[in-house]
Design a protein around this ligand. Structure first.
Ligand code: PLP
Length: 370
């Protein structure tokens, strides 16, 4: 099976550890184990026996995850290696050649890449900058038909940081119900809202809904590679049988750390630390944008550590990002990686001083263009 290059991941894999300033991350400056658990808590992990563990995730972990989705139980949860594996097994298990998927764009293009490789027809549902990155609901209703097998949305969205308005959520659910399609919702940025309100989950809004989540973004723990699927029991059971072919099990240390991170008191502390860092850094970023010699427009993100910025200059986004990396050792994501030239995705979840220095270097580079 041929599969297209996943540009966003490839660019990051190639360069993120070879530049002085990596501003491609969409999450928040990650924790160390000592910061997360305290030295005693971290040291206690030394006693964990390094077996395979429970391959769909330990029962306590699945119970903690289920508690985040009212009405769900541990059998509604499959723990995976990152939300990337969750998306993979859900897609692989549901779609076949000749099927149709209605797919929100711009987006983290993993599900699109897998679908295309399988011979699935991908019908893009555009988020519209003129609607503050909401979809056009008439377009949604035209795109979704009885042929649609899956509707896939990312909420909050990567790269725009948009969260769907209640009426858009209701329209997506209604479209799924009318068509009989599965509704896949990647909610990995849920919990990383910049204001105090949680993004509403799609869980429980229709029978055929499958949620992707994980600890990489809102929890600032991407190195654990800890994600999950939440869905109807039969769907989760089938997805579990597919992880026998991918990674067998989540890492046992990650399962242990995740159990602790999801304890209510620590979970609340983690989310607050991350949200307050994002709030502070977004101010820095917006002030920086206002000072730039090249005009830029940002519809402020509602969640996540990324800003999808439109720039007003006739340089291609890949050329811009490549020159910035080569000339200033700063890595950002070109809009081209999302099929949207004229945009840049800048991660602002880093430590404040690091972010500021990285932005200063981008500013120096932009001055040479202007
Ligand atoms: C929307 C979305 N889903 C899934 C992933 C994969 O993340 P992970 O496997 O680290 O959970 C990403 C990573 O950027 C993402 O943006």
């Amino acid at each position: 099976m041929q599969i297209e290059i996943f540009e966003l991941e490839r660019v990051q894999s190639l360069w993120e550890n070879r530049v002085e300033y990596n501003l491609t991350e969409s999450g928040v400056h990650p924790y160390t184990l000592n910061e997360l658990l305290g030295e005693e808590g971290a040291a206690a992990l030394a006693n964990v026996r390094l077996g395979y563990g429970q391959t769909n995730g330990s029962i306590p972990l699945r119970e903690s995850i289920a508690a985040l989705y009212p009405g769900a139980g541990s059998d509604n949860v499959l723990v995976t290696n990152g939300s990337a594996e969750a998306n993979f097994v859900a897609t692989w298990g549901t779609l076949d050649a000749g099927d149709e998927i209605v797919y929100m764009v711009p987006n983290y293009l993993q599900i699109r890449g897998i679908s295309r490789a399988m011979g699935v027809t991908v019908r893009p549902l555009a988020l519209r900058p003129e609607l503050a990155w909401q979809p056009d609901l008439d377009e949604l209703n035209t795109l979704v038909t009885s042929r649609t097998k899956v509707i896939a949305v990312c909420n909050p969205n990567n790269p725009t940081g948009m969260t769907l308005e209640p009426r858009a959520m209701a329209a997506v659910v209604a479209a799924a119900e009318h068509s009989g399609a599965w509704l896949f919702v990647d909610e990995v940025y849920r919990g990383a809202e910049l204001d105090a309100r949680d993004t509403a989950s799609f869980w429980g809004r229709c029978d055929r809904v499958v949620i992707t989540g994980g600890l990489s973004k809102a929890y600032a723990l991407p190195g654990l590679r800890l994600g999950w699927l939440v869905g109807p029991e039969a769907f989760i059971e089938a997805a579990w049988s597919r992880t026998d072919y991918t990674s067998i099990a989540p890492g046992i240390l990650s399962d242990e750390v995740a159990q602790r991170a999801l304890e209510p008191a620590l979970r609340a502390r983690i989310l607050e630390r991350n949200r307050s860092l994002l709030r502070e850094n977004l101010v820095t970023l917006r002030e920086w944008i206002a000072r730039q010699p090249v005009a830029m427009t940002l519809i402020p993100p509602q969640a996540g550590g990324m800003a999808f910025i439109r720039y007003d200059h006739d340089i291609n986004s890949t050329v811009l990002a490549t020159r910035l990396r080569e000339e200033k050792s700063v890595l950002i994501v070109a809009g081209d990686c999302f099929g949207m030239d004229g945009y840049l995705r800048i991660g602002f979840g880093a430590e404040p001083a690091y972010l500021q220095r990285g932005l200063d270097r981008i500013g120096e580079f932009l001055a040479t263009l202007a």
